[in-house]
Write a protein of this length. Sequence first.
Length: 373
Amino acid sequence: MNITHFVENLNRGGLERMVIDLVKAQHRQGDKVQVVCLFERGSLAGELDRLSIPVHACGKKTGLDLRALACARQFIAGHYTEVLHTHNAVAHYQAVLASAGMGIRQVVNTRHGMGGANRKGGRREWLFRRALKATDAVVAVCEAARRDAVRRGVAPARKTCVVPNGIVVEGFDVASDAMHERLTNLLKIPDATRIIGTVGRLNWAKDQASLIRAFRLVRHKRPNTALVLIGDGELRETLRACAYDEGVAGCVHFLGDRDDVRELLQGLDLFVLPSITEGYSMALLEACATGLPIVATDVGGNAEIVSDGATGRIVPACDPPALAEAMLGLLHESQRASRLGRAARDWVEAHGSLDAMAARYGRLYFGDWEAVT
């Protein structure tokens, strides 16, 4: 099968990680796959280059860019595309416009988040809805996102389904004392320090500011703790200032974008996802695969991954005291935290694998809706 994935770019992020892993799985099973990037190729494109999987960039400029559309059309047509799989709203309507009249057998769009930034009246959503006439399926990554998209009129119920994200679980080792020691050495902190960590872009949606404020409360009762933020973004300096204002700047560590996230996760004692909005978080799946106790906010698909009291803790968003209380509880009850971490690993092995996700998309590409839903 000739498959074209159409994205904005392949810069580091959960969406991009999912696309690359899915492309690799499809390549292994014999499909002819390419990725077309609306803007630049992105920092992760090299992973596909090493497998000789084509990654093309259209170099789109601001506004209507006919040259970029023509470029995209050439890439889609030259691949003899049978399945056009787009990711999120902008990539979707641009790809549908670029491929108009080609008669592609199956056009599938995956919406990777909750779409909170683009309400029903927004221009992007209006263009997305117009493109649905040439779309066979709109995939949400969690049931909460599917219901929200239907409720807001973003997509009709008859065209929506859910395919949860998946990861290569076998690639993750569980947290260990040896990796904890490695991380404390990296941070230059005492070996006995309990390390709380999060992974994600430093932006408004991930709400690391609430985590920093909650961490101040944790430090008041557990002075031997440190907070690690893995990822980068436009709020880096704002969050540094927040840590300073809260009086915890000396024990909040900004590690930036990293290529060794899996190893860093293995050194944590506790994983926290404080997001205001989420789809189906790849970071949460990775924390589950590492066997970490987890605290996550009750937004998007988080509660579809973390079962409160069974595989972690779920707390309200934008509530630093509640976040701090949950973190302190797991830091205090180490045996309970270990049980939750083991249960999270068992859950992701059964429900969050890349193979399960790839198989669902494969059935959807052939129009087998019943097998997907």
